[in-house]
Design a protein around this ligand. Structure first.
Ligand code: ADE
Ligand code: ZN
Length: 317
């Protein structure tokens, strides 16, 4: 059984160079790269911030509802080929509203494509708006209040971008999300220490941790994650490309599985990191020699960690 659920995927991180150029051209925007090859040559990252700079720069060509719908459909088409049957996708709404794109335009395009996903691609979906940790928490709160006024189906909220500064100021955002019945996740323990994972559990009350790989540095924390079955959405190729680890051979997946952590395999920003979820699983399987049992556990973990109802969980199992 291969993993069929994707739980850690930034829609803007699926923006392939070909589509970046096509959208830029139809919007009359001149990119600072002569061609696709020149852009691709920049996909050599020294760390998270260095990647984020390019990621935010490229998404600035997204202006119209159609652009967001095209981005979303391109991901869904690729995800279907990867065997994905359920995807909970992240969308960095503030990265668009902060440069003048109205929330209803950006979310309109994304949600239109997601609404058609089961019919067009056979993939059930959920939308998680991810707030940017490098911006003031008050901006995130205002953004969530605005989104809640729009008629957009929302599954949950998340927190991403540079892992600097405390997450605690975002507590009111998570409290508001909880009051509205939204699910709650956050990036932590990617570049930042295990203490960041504790903080998002204790202060924000998250139900899953995105990345969380550095939780391994704190034995008591690992015990707690195991006991409470808090899923970690791992992104192996991302961690290598952003130099969290030197190479896949060092990936501590087997150690995590043996400890009983509920880990899942995901692609994060596949257009930038050299592979969609199928490629993440394939390379890990090759390099670590994953067994059929281990692959089955990863697939089951994805189904367990998904924010779906019992009927859908049974279908995915
Ligand atoms: N936004 C997009 N990709 C991210 C990552 N890997 N970490 C934090 N924020 C992100
Ligand atoms: Zn991420």
């Amino acid at each position: 059984m291969m993993p069929t659920v994707e739980l850690h995927l930034h829609l803007e991180g699926t923006f392939e160079p070909e589509l970046i150029f096509a959208v830029a051209e139809r919007n009359g925007i001149t990119l600072p790269y002569g061609d696709i090859e020149e852009l691709r040559r920049r996909y050599e990252f020294t760390g998270l911030q260095n990647f984020l700079d390019l990621y935010y720069a490229n998404m600035a060509v997204l202006r119209h509802e159609q652009d967001f719908a095209d981005l979303t459909r391109a991901y869904l088409a690729r995800a279907r080929r990867a065997g994905v049957r359920h995807a909970e996708v992240f969308f960095d709404i503030q990265a668009h509203t902060s440069r003048g794109v109205p929330a209803e335009v950006a979310l309109g395009g994304v949600s239109e494509a997601l609404a058609a996903s089961e019919r067009e691609f056979g993939i059930s979906t959920g939308l998680i708006v991810t707030f940017l940790r490098h911006l003031p928490a008050e901006d995130a709160l205002r953004s969530l209040e605005e989104i809640l006024r729009l008629d957009v189906p929302l599954l949950g909220v998340g927190l991403c971008s540079s892992e600097v500064g405390p997450a605690a100021p975002f507590k009111p955002v998570y409290d508001l999300a909880r009051a509205h019945g939204l699910r709650r996740v956050a990036h932590a323990g990617e570049e930042g220490p295990a203490a960041n994972v504790r903080e998002v559990l204790d202060v924000l009350g998250v139900e899953r941790v995105d990345h969380g790989i550095r939780a391994l540095e704190d034995d008591a924390l690992v015990d707690r994650l195991v006991a409470e079955r808090v899923p970690l959405t791992l992104c192996p190729l991302s961690n290598v490309r952003l130099r969290v680890l030197d190479n896949l051979a060092e990936y501590p997946l087997r150690r995590m599985l043996e400890r009983g952590l509920v880990v899942t395999i995901n692609s994060d920003d596949p257009a930038y990191f050299g592979g969609y979820v199928d490629e993440n699983v394939r390379q890990l399987t090759d390099v670590l020699g994953l067994s059929l049992d281990e692959l089955t556990t990863l697939a089951r973990n994805g189904v367990e960690a998904a924010f779906v109802d019992d009927a859908r969980r049974a279908e995915l199992a």
